[in-house]
Each structure stands twice: as structure tokens, then as C-alpha cells.
Write a protein that binds this ligand. Structure first.
Ligand SMILES: *Cc1c(COP(=O)(O)O)cnc(C)c1O
Length: 462
């Protein structure tokens, strides 16, 4: 199984190359050359999340690692989960199930993809006797999951840039209270965009790297993160119906990584009825699925900050695979003038989505009242991102024949002010979050100046 870019530039890449490169050199995203098929009958004999992952992950890694090597990596990949099931299911009512993906150490689903990414980064570094710098800008859960996943590997040094902005206190403290000598959290006097600009410049200049050192990105486009997320869709369906039911999946969506993992699972043989693309007021995806209008607008701060995006980077993978039938030229043309011009598909192509995708958008007050209603009715507390997904299910109910999984992406204790706004007293905080809240912050403050930031990295890159 080799990989190629959605825009046709890079071809014939191995898993290792795609893992370490992240984004394709033509600006496109890497895709597997074909969709490997999962043997559902084989999977039906499995019981644990790891056993499921042992069937999924090797389908994508064979160009670089033997099955035995991968199985060995997977034994220690997902760590520090507070629930031994890793991804437990809560039955809200007969036809609504919640897939709880927030039991990892940073209390958001990003642990699934980033722990797998870090484990394979480390595997490659050891094999090639090299070291790496991980660099990322984050406004939410990616940074903490990346730091946590990478901190146990001494061959990796992490530099995470965080802006002053819409991030909960706990989200920030998860990054600023890490006491490890291979982790540097940089509080930048600037916006998220300023931080991203520095990261982009860093990938061009690379002046702070030692000879032979890798520079790794932790954004949502690395293929390995999709692989980690595919595992839990199969696992959820296995546990709930022995892979026999065609569920709907409502996914709270920002950069479209989690939805794309659901779509990928379907292409690999998972029975799926509808995929609900659930968004907050930053609704570029809802405008696309409703009106064939994929156009960039400015970002609004919402109560579900991890989905505050202006464009959904992984959406390119869906455009390429589902709409363009893997025509790299067509995909390239569509992105030629984006985002200055919007993407509008020929109608006969766009209409295809109706068979598989539905979308809905929730504003802040709808999100908060969904938290409230769910608590009052079921005595079950959900976080604002999960509430966006549940709100979509309620509103699209008439179009949903089958049972629906609501993908719960974060623990409610990560967003205490929204819980308070819903008038609910928060009485459970996961141990890892409580510890972060009580520790002293030790971040490095720097202006949004790339030369000063590069110098900082260089000075700490010994
Ligand atoms: C990142 C994130 C999302 C959005 O996931 P995408 O894969 O970017 O669509 C949703 N909820 C939470 C809590 C997140 O951290």
C-alpha cells in the first residue's frame, strides 16, 4: 500500500515517508492508493480496542513495517486511559448511543490519533538513529494531546506555540504545566494566525535544525491520525452490534479529520447509514452540504472552541475521493483559487452527497440548551462539542432511519464555563485535568517574531 497526493504531485510514497512528511509537497494531502478492505468476520472474533487496531493499522503500514513490528508498537501505543475499555459506549436512549472518546490523558479524542502518531514517529527515529523537533501552533486540544503523546520519547523535542485567545483555562494549563525537559510551551503575544505563520515559516527555513534532524508537524492532516481514528469506528460498531447494524454517526466537526475517518471506515467495509457533519457557527461545511458553497469566512469564537475554523483542511480528502473520483487534476483545479474564490461543484457531482452525508449547525445558545436538556432528561453531562453533535441528531431525526452514534469528543470538565452557563454543577473532573489545574504554569513568553522564536528553539535544541 503506497500513498499519493490529492493534487497529483507526490506519488508512490511509503508509509514512513508520508508519516514524516505530513503535507504533500504540492500542497495536497496524502491518500492511500486504494481502500484496503477489512475482513468483518475476522474482526467479529476480537474483543478489545487494541485487537481491532491490530487488524486496521497494518493495512496502511506494510510498505515500511512488518505486521509483527506494528503489533508490537500497538501494545504500548494507547496509554494512560482512565477507562480500561478505552472507548466505552453509553446508551442514551434506544436509538442513540454515545461513543465516549474522552478517557485518554488529555480528555479529548485527539489522544487516539496523536498517541499513534507519536509511537510511529519514535519507531522511525529509532530505526534511523535520528531525532526530531515537533512543532505546532494550537488553539485547543491538539497541542495538549501532542505534548502528552510525545513527551515520553526522548528522541523528540516538542515546541508548541499557543496564542492568547479562546482557550479554556484547563486547555491552556494542560500545556503550560508540563515539567519535562523535552517539552517547551511558548505563549505567543499574538493570535492563532500569527502562531501559524511562524510555524509555516519554520518549515521553509529550518535554520534551527541540526543536520539530519526531522521537523514534524502536528496538525490534523497527517494520515496516521486518520488511521488511529478509523479504529474506534470499527470498535464501536463491533461492540454495539457485532458489526451487523448500519449506524448513523454524528460527528462534531472542525477540520473534518474525524468525519473523514468515519467515511474512510465506510470505504473499508464498515456498515454506515448516514454521516452527520455537525458544526458550530463556523459553518463552512454546513454551507457546502446544504448549498454547495464552500467559502472561507472569518472565524467566530464559540463555546465549542476546538471547532472554530475558517476552512476544514481534511475536507480536501473527501472532495478528492468522493466527489472527484480520485481525479487529481480536477482536485487541483478546485483548489487553484481557493480560498480567495469559493469552491462550488457542478450540481450533478454535488448531489451525490445526499446519499451519505447530512449536516447541521448549532449556535452557542442551542449548544448550551442541549447540554441542559440532556442533563435534565438523562442525568448525563456532555461537553459543548458533543452537544453540537447531539443537536444535529435531534434536528435531523426525521431523516435518520437507524440507530445513531453521537461521537463524544471531549470530557465536560474541560469546559467548565459552558457547564456553569447551562446551570449545572460540575462534580467530576478526571484526575489528569485536576492535576494540571493545581500545578504551577511554566510557559515561555515570546513575541510573535519568528526570528526570536527560531532562536529560542535553536538554543534549546541541544
Ligand atoms: C479537534 C476537536 C474536534 C474537531 O475534530 P476535527 O477532526 O478537526 O473535525 C471536535 N471536538 C473536540 C473536543 C476537538 O478537540
Amino acid at each position: 500500500m503506497l500513498f499519493h497526493s490529492t493534487r497529483g504531485g507526490d506519488r508512490g510514497r511509503t508509509f514512513e515517508e508520508v508519516l514524516m512528511q505530513g503535507l504533500a509537497s504540492d500542497g495536497g494531502l496524502f491518500m492511500p492508493d486504494s481502500w484496503p478492505q477489512v475482513d468483518l468476520n475476522l474482526l467479529r472474533n476480537k474483543t478489545s480496542f487494541i485487537e481491532v487496531a491490530e487488524e486496521i493499522v497494518p493495512l496502511f503500514t506494510a510498505s515500511s513495517f512488518t505486521r509483527d513490528e506494528v503489533v508490537q508498537v500497538l501494545q504500548t501505543t494507547w496509554h494512560d486511559f482512565s477507562n480500561k475499555d478505552i472507548a466505552p459506549i453509553k446508551h442514551l436512549k434506544d436509538d442513540q448511543l454515545i461513543l465516549e472518546l474522552f478517557h485518554g490523558p488529555t480528555a479529548a479524542f485527539k489522544d487516539f490519533g496523536l498517541q499513534l502518531a507519536a509511537a510511529f514517529f519514535n519507531k522511525v527515529l529509532i530505526k534511523n538513529n535520528k531525532t526530531a523537533i515537533v512543532l505546532g501552533a494550537t488553539s485547543g486540544d491538539t497541542g495538549s494531546a501532542a505534548i502528552d503523546a510525545c513527551k515520553r520519547f526522548k528522541a523528540i523535542k516538542s515546541f508548541i506555540l499557543i496564542p492568547d485567545g479562546n482557550m479554556s483555562e484547563i486547555q491552556r494549563k494542560q500545556m503550560t504545566t508540563i515539567d519535562e525537559d523535552n517539552v517547551f510551551t511558548l505563549r505567543i503575544e499574538g493570535t492563532f494566525d500569527d502562531c501559524q505563520d511562524v510555524v509555516k515559516a519554520a518549515f521553509n527555513e529550518r535554520s534551527f535544525l541540526k543536520d539530519d534532524q526531522y521537523l514534524l508537524a502536528v496538525n490534523s492532516i497527517n494520515w496516521i491520525r486518520i488511521v488511529g481514528q478509523i479504529c474506534y469506528y470499527f470498535y464501536a460498531s463491533l461492540k454495539a452490534s457485532n458489526l451487523n447494524e448500519e449506524y448513523n454517526f454524528s460527528v462534531p466537526t472542525g477540520n473534518f479529520g474525524n468525519v473523514f475517518a468515519c467515511y474512510a471506515s465506510h470505504k473499508m467495509g464498515l456498515p454506515v447509514n448516514k454521516i452527520l457533519v455537525s458544526v458550530n457557527e463556523n459553518d463552512i461545511l454546513n454551507r457546502f452540504f446544504k448549498n454547495n458553497d464552500y467559502s472561507k469566512q472569518k472565524v467566530n469564537e464559540t463555546v465549542s472552541p476546538s471547532m472554530d475554523i475558517s476552512v476544514a483542511s481534511n475536507f480536501e480528502r473527501l472532495l478528492y475521493d468522493f466527489y472527484c473520483n480520485r481525479d487529481t487534476k480536477l482536485c487541483n483545479d478546485l483548489y487553484e483559487d481557493f480560498p480567495s474564490k469559493s469552491i462550488n461543484l457542478p450540481n450533478e457531482i454535488w448531489e451525490k452527497s445526499e446519499n451519505l452525508f447530512l449536516s447541521y449547525s448549532a449556535d452557542d445558545s442551542q449548544t448550551i440548551s442541549t447540554i441542559q436538556d440532556t442533563y435534565n432528561k438523562y442525568n448525563y453531562l456532555i461537553d459543548p462539542h458533543t452537544a453540537v453533535a447531539l443537536y444535529a441528531v435531534k434536528n435531523l431525526n426525521e431523516d435518520l432511519d437507524n440507530k445513531t452514534f453521537i461521537i463524544s469528543t471531549a470530557h465536560p470538565a474541560k469546559f467548565p464555563s459552558s457547564i456553569a452557563e447551562a446551570g449545572i454543577e460540575l462534580n467530576t473532573t478526571p484526575k489528569s485535568l485536576a492535576e494540571a489545574l493545581n500545578k504551577e504554569e511554566k510557559a515561555f513568553n515570546l513575541p510573535a517574531n519568528k526570528d526570536l522564536i527560531f532562536k529560542f528553539i535553536l538554543n534549546n535544541n541541544s
